[in-house]
Design a protein around this ligand. Structure first.
Ligand SMILES: [Zn+2]
Length: 81
């Protein structure tokens, strides 16, 4: 069964495995590589465009350092994310 989620940035729907899951707890956004941690999860495309835009998002803003970290990981280990 295909599970689809939509990116909070561009609203595009895609399979879960093609998106990066993050959770928001106590106003802190964290990456959820395993896609199974508790908390309010949301999804973002694995694209530099959406990750960069997430850093400036009103509701789900991540720290600039985290955005850079994600982008770096995407380049070095694209399959891990
Ligand atoms: Zn997107």
């Amino acid at each position: 069964m295909k599970i689809e989620r939509s990116c909070v940035i561009c609203r595009k729907k895609d399979e879960k495995s093609n998106l990066v899951r993050m959770t928001k707890n106590d106003n802190e956004v964290q990456l959820d590589f395993e896609q199974r941690s508790d908390g309010r999860g949301f999804y973002v495309c694995k694209t530099p465009e959406c990750i960069a835009r997430l850093a400036k998002h009103k509701k789900y803003a991540i720290k600039q350092e985290m955005a850079e970290e994600i982008l770096k990981n995407m380049r070095s280990t694209p399959n891990k994310l």
